[in-house]
Design a protein. Structure first.
Length: 317
């Protein structure tokens, strides 16, 4: 029997896999349990032996293979060879062998995925497409341990990363019975992505004084060049979304085209800045990089580059 747990929530995929592992060991002990965290460095003969050999002195055998099929972001020639090899032997897995493939963000266009889809006993997808999905999961798990304002703030601080949110909650619950928003502000450090998201949100809604203020606060703990690169990367996504919306592309197609995964909620956000103005701002920021590499900017210190970034944001509104 073959199961595939996948899609964009790595936390939910791992949680489901661990539940199966726990249930199996409770019923069958762990003698016939094999858990591969990764296959890339495992010899093909060892893989074949574990997948095709039946359990020893027991009816059932459980083989868990994490991070397979290969996450679409991590594809390389070695991983593609592994997928090709697995594709040749999965049809011969004995009925009493339970094989669980668990991997987030897999490439559904890949030959191996299409083959597994045909023969799998079951494929389960675990998605967090919106902010509300993440709030609901945390509420369900910690209903009496954390209040909603704290969940709201934590999710933003951890840039909608469910695994990081759960990790932070577990740490705080070691010393606290219930978590409130004040605890999040006091003990949790916002991710750089969250700071940049707030800045971009202000820019898109033409709240420029607030954006500049947040930039200066963020730069107390972050190098200006690292900030600039992250700003461009995230602003680029907003430009693409705006462009596709301008072309009347349906929201669900935008999510698919841009591979937004757990950032799909960005498609549904509205903002005040027009698409043309957003493009001009993005290009002006890109030109800073070109000027810097072409030695066409006269400044030499980080504060000078910060001034140029702020000037672009202010002058393009």
């Amino acid at each position: 029997m073959i199961y595939l747990f996948t899609w964009n929530s790595d936390f939910l995929v791992r949680e489901k896999t661990l539940k199966w592992k726990k249930l199996f060991t409770e019923k069958n002990w762990d003698f016939n349990l094999v858990h591969f965290k990764s296959l890339e460095e495992i010899d093909n003969n060892q893989i074949t032996e574990n997948l095709l050999a039946e359990g020893f002195m027991w009816e059932k055998k459980l083989i868990i293979i994490d991070n397979f099929p290969i996450n679409w972001e991590n594809k390389n020639s070695k991983s593609k060879d592994k997928e090709e090899f697995l594709g040749k032997i999965v049809d011969n897995i004995p009925e009493n062998n339970i094989v669980i493939f668990s991997s987030s963000n897999i490439d559904k266009r890949a030959k191996f995925y299409k083959h597994i889809k045909k023969i799998a006993t079951k494929i389960e997808e675990f998605n967090t497409k919106s902010e509300q999905d993440i709030y609901t999961i945390i509420e369900d798990k910690y209903r009496l341990k954390i209040d909603f304002p704290a969940i709201n703030l934590l999710v933003k601080y951890k840039w909608w990363n469910l695994a990081k949110c759960i990790s932070e909650i577990k740490k705080l619950l070691i010393t606290k019975n219930k978590i409130n928003a004040g605890d999040i502000k006091k003990f949790i450090e916002p991710e750089l992505e969250e700071s940049i998201f707030q800045i971009i949100d202000d820019i898109l809604n033409k709240n420029i004084p607030e954006a500049i203020s947040k930039i200066r606060i963020t730069l107390n703990n972050t190098n200006i060049y690292a900030f600039y690169n992250n700003l461009l990367a995230n602003l680029r996504t907003s430009v693409y979304i705006s462009k596709l919306k301008n072309l009347k592309t349906p929201n669900n197609e935008i999510w698919s085209i841009l591979n937004l995964w757990n950032r799909a909620f960005l498609v549904n956000k509205n903002h005040k800045i027009g698409h043309k103005s957003l493009e001009i701002l993005y290009i002006s920021l890109i030109n800073l990089d070109k000027k810097m590499k072409g030695w066409k900017l006269m400044w030499t210190e980080e504060k000078d580059f910060q001034f140029e970034v702020e000037r672009c944001i202010i002058s393009n509104q």
